[in-house]
Design a protein around this ligand. Structure first.
Ligand SMILES: NC(=O)c1ccc[n+]([C@@H]2O[C@H](COP(=O)([O-])OP(=O)(O)OC[C@H]3O[C@@H](n4cnc5c(N)ncnc54)[C@H](OP(=O)(O)O)[C@@H]3O)[C@@H](O)[C@H]2O)c1
Length: 243
């Protein structure tokens, strides 16, 4: 059960990465909440029916998607649900030791998890409504917390998410001057049963969520968010994650 009563209805929402496990669950849940949500734009790199094309590796495509959506009016909520942990084609897998560090893998992981969502922010923050609550939420990860890091490993992914968390803080500070009701936040979804987590779920000792369970938790965190949330990372259970 999701609640969106802190936003003005009817909401206009954009989900970037709507072909992914968590992104699709966000888009489906928000589309079903027809009493509060007027329109959900699904943005994907894959050519899917009803989706707006976006490739976060290509700024022209981000700009064009934002222009297309901005033409219809302001947005109440933008969720960036893109990211990368492993990819066979590029030989990307999280490093267990410094001996596995490879500059090309580091650059690709940094691009996917920090630069790409930040470029989405560059073009979608200007679309947020200015006359009431609006939110830009980027999927980050608890492992991007430096203070919370007690086990090490996964060097590139951790560093990229830490970088994303830093830019979220910067964007929030800049946005507060322009639009005091706009909130820019990072989200940790928990461990979620998607392609991204598939090779690593065997070692997890806590609960594993379905994408729908995780997105339900996170929508309620987004609904609870007030100005004190901007610039920080929040977990699925509403807890603030240290920087
Ligand atoms: N699953 C977990 O347990 C977990 C835990 C902590 C944090 N997270 C974070 O949650 C977010 C969503 O993860 P997920 O589990 O839903 O993963 P997923 O199912 O693999 O989805 C990732 C999505 O990102 C898209 N994407 C990647 N690079 C892109 C680009 N350059 N342009 C456009 N789209 C791009 C993918 O599109 P394609 O389909 O075109 O590749 C896909 O839709 C990620 O940021 C991840 O780091 C997940």
């Amino acid at each position: 059960m999701i609640d969106l009563n802190s936003f003005q209805a009817p909401m206009r929402v954009a989900v970037i990465g709507a072909s992914g496990g968590i992104g699709r669950a966000f888009a489906d849940l928000l589309s079903q909440s027809s009493d509060h949500v007027g329109h959900v734009y699904r943005l994907s790199r894959q050519p899917l029916d009803g989706h707006v094309h976006i490739d976060l590796n290509d700024e022209a495509s981000i700009k064009s998607a934002a222009e297309k959506i901005g033409h219809d009016g302001a947005l109440d909520l933008v969720i960036n649900a893109t990211g990368l942990l492993h990819e066979e084609a590029q030989n990307i897998t999280p490093e267990k030791t410094w001996r596995h560090l490879d500059p090309e893998v580091m650059a690709a992981v940094y691009h996917a998890n920090c630069i790409a969502p930040v470029m989405a922010a560059k073009h979608f923050l200007p679309l947020l409504r200015r006359d009431g609550k609006s939110v830009f939420a980027a999927l980050s990860a608890r492992v991007g917390s430096i203070a919370d890091n007690r086990v090490g490993g996964w060097h590139s992914y951790r560093a990229a998410k830490a970088g994303l968390n830093m830019v979220i803080r910067n964007l929030a500070l800049e946005m507060a001057l322009k639009a005091p009701d706009a909130i820019i936040m990072g989200l940790h979804p928990g461990t979620v049963a998607t392609n991204l987590s598939a090779p690593f779920r065997g070692m997890v000792k806590h609960d594993i969520f379905s994408p729908e369970e995780s997105a339900t938790h996170l929508i309620n965190v987004i609904n609870d968010a007030g100005q004190g949330y901007s610039g920080h990372q929040w977990a699925w259970d509403g807890a603030k994650i240290p920087g």
